[in-house]
Design a protein around this ligand. Sequence first.
Ligand SMILES: Cc1cc2nc3c(=O)[nH]c(=O)nc-3n(C[C@H](O)[C@H](O)[C@H](O)COP(=O)(O)O)c2cc1C
Length: 329
Amino acid sequence: MRTRITELLGIERPIIQGGMHFVGLAELASAVSNAGGLGIITALTQPTPAALAAEIARCRSMTDKPFGVNLTFLPVRTPPDYAGYIRAIIDGGVKIVETAGNNPQQWMPLLKDAGIKVIHKCTAVRHALKAQNIGCDAVSVDGFECGGHPGEDDVPNFILLPRAAEALKVPFIASGGMADARSLVAALALGADGINMGTRFIATQEATVHENVKQAILAATELDTRLVMRPLRNTERVLVNKAVERLLEKERQLGAAITFADIVSEVGGVYPKVMQNGELDAGAWSCGMVAGLIHDIPTVRELMDRIMNEAEHIVSQRLAGMFATAPAH
Ligand SMILES: Cc1cc2nc3c(=O)[nH]c(=O)nc-3n(C[C@H](O)[C@H](O)[C@H](O)COP(=O)(O)O)c2cc1C
């Protein structure tokens, strides 16, 4: 399939694996790239820029196809060594970066001078326009359904994607709630040039997360996510569990007075415990509503072959058939 995104990124299929903390490691990223999509390593999962450099080298030993690195700009007082991580990306020869969390303007000259294509992931049309204006090559538009941080506007993809199509000139990728061929065809119909999947890729053979996490996603329905940290304007969509219930109770009780310190036991240092040790109740961890559409744990290639084959069937059979001339009576 050819779209503006496959052309821009030099990939065969318009399917991207979004950066995911403690999930976006070389195994998953290389599997997605080897299956014709774009795999993405998550920079901040690596404790240091040197560790990111090693992870990039490991990924390169597993694929000769393009892959990217996610840089998440966190709302924290003492930021990680972003300059160091960017140096590791440039020195590692990575040519695609997914930015998220905050406007990447400060880092654009460094990235662009190194010939890197920047995809900025954001949740509002005004932020997408800003990304376009500061020179981002593409935008990932993350709807309200998404796992992780959906922003504060709560606009679902049935509105957000066509609004993005109306407003943007650069190619854009539909993110949030994408699981299968139906998602891909719908996203393309709404004006997107490809899809970005998070939660769906966790439930694959190659994702190096604890089996408990994959089984939890399989067991979850579309009703099992919650929005946490809304009072802190740092909303995150997570899978419901005991820690999340406790966190929401604190939010109800403390109201507007709540601070990060009040909830650090539910949101601090959670990812290694969940993703590596399988301690599902260790705290709040991101998961999309799309969990309700995930019923198996295929290999990445099986998943992506299925999406492409079924998408072709939907377009050329199901949809084209609806336009076929009715038989004469
Ligand atoms: C477990 C998990 C961790 C994530 N971590 C990050 C992250 O560190 N940085 C980021 O930009 N997005 C992160 N995301 C968001 C994904 O990249 C993607 O935008 C989102 O999952 C899309 O929604 P979906 O889950 O419905 O496919 C994470 C998502 C999940 C499920």
